[in-house]
Write a protein that binds this ligand. Sequence first.
Ligand SMILES: *Cc1c(COP(=O)(O)O)cnc(C)c1O
Length: 406
Amino acid sequence: MTAAPSGRWHDVARAAGLVGADGVVRPTVFAEMSALADATGAINLGQGFPDVDGPTFVADAAVAAIRAGRNQYPPGPGIPELREAVAAHQERHYGVRLDPATEVLVTAGATEAIAAAVLALAGPGDEVVTLEPYYDSYPAVVAMAGATHVPVPLRAGPDGFRLDPAELAAAFSPRTRLVLLNSPHNPTGTVLERADLEAVARLAREHDALVVTDEVYEHLTFDGTRHVPLATLPGMAERTLTISSAGKTLSFTGWKIGWVSGPAALVAAVRTVKQFLTYVSGAPFQPAVALALADRDGRTQDYVRDLARSLARRRDLLCEGLVAAGFDVVVPRGTYFVVADGAARWGEDGVETCRRLPHEVGVVAVPVTAFCREGSPTADALRSRVRFTFVKREEVLVEAVRRLGG
Ligand SMILES: *Cc1c(COP(=O)(O)O)cnc(C)c1O
């Protein structure tokens, strides 16, 4: 057996909570739960990807682009038509005006945009503030940058998961370089309210911190809840990079077309790093996503509105089933996910609950502690909670609910 190589990878594994007490690096809980789903034939509500593809007209545009020979390296910043469509989208939805030549960059999904932004803007000695629970790539990229991750808890209350203003303020210090903010929020389904966003904005201005926002669920909100980009708050456009992607909005998660927009100097910094990560990606998908985002005939708007409505119905279906099965749910206002508390019927340990569910019920979920730092107060507070996705066909959810009730 060869010795494990040294290098930054070990910091990444540790930051991602993948190093056991024995020092051995283990697979992620997502991999463990997906393997359990395969082994038991359970319905996988652990991983959040749609089981129905996005609009046919967008898929057709990608096929046409391949046939038309758009198969070589596209321009480093992304094809002009996609950068123009991103700028037009931001103006149409949020009134944000961007220069597509200098203020928009196309990336390999939101994931690369986040990684390149953190690597570009934070380094050793810098602190990066995020919500906790957090998307699993955040602590990993903060570790890659050699920066320090400072998570702020979201607390479960009667009206959903909320930020505590005092805890938020306590996370900021003279070393705070970056706030990496995700709303609508995975895994909780929370859509931060204006008051929360204003508190983040005020602290970022006071500490002269930059903000990177992960808005991949910007259009997937329910019950009339509206997503507000942080960049639209007073004084924030100049210090905020806004990230989104086609994956969630268009139900093409495998295409990995994302984008980042903001002040030219910040976008240039991200581009400097990004060009040495992937350089470019997704040549034939870029014109297809450009067509969808430009939305000259309104088909995308119709698609996304119907998707959000259908997701809200599927959320209700799953939430009712979870409640009937003895889970306590915090009803999400957006995203693909609901967090359910299994303490009453399944016990205090969400990891155990997720290991039992496939065998005893035939449904797979993931523990919320997988989105928390090991042993953190937030991980303790959310220990019995598990995340289910409802971005599956209605008949799949009906069967999952039937199994949960049985
Ligand atoms: C899915 C997801 C991403 C990744 O987006 P890609 O465009 O597939 O890279 C980033 N952030 C959050 C919160 C997500 O849920």
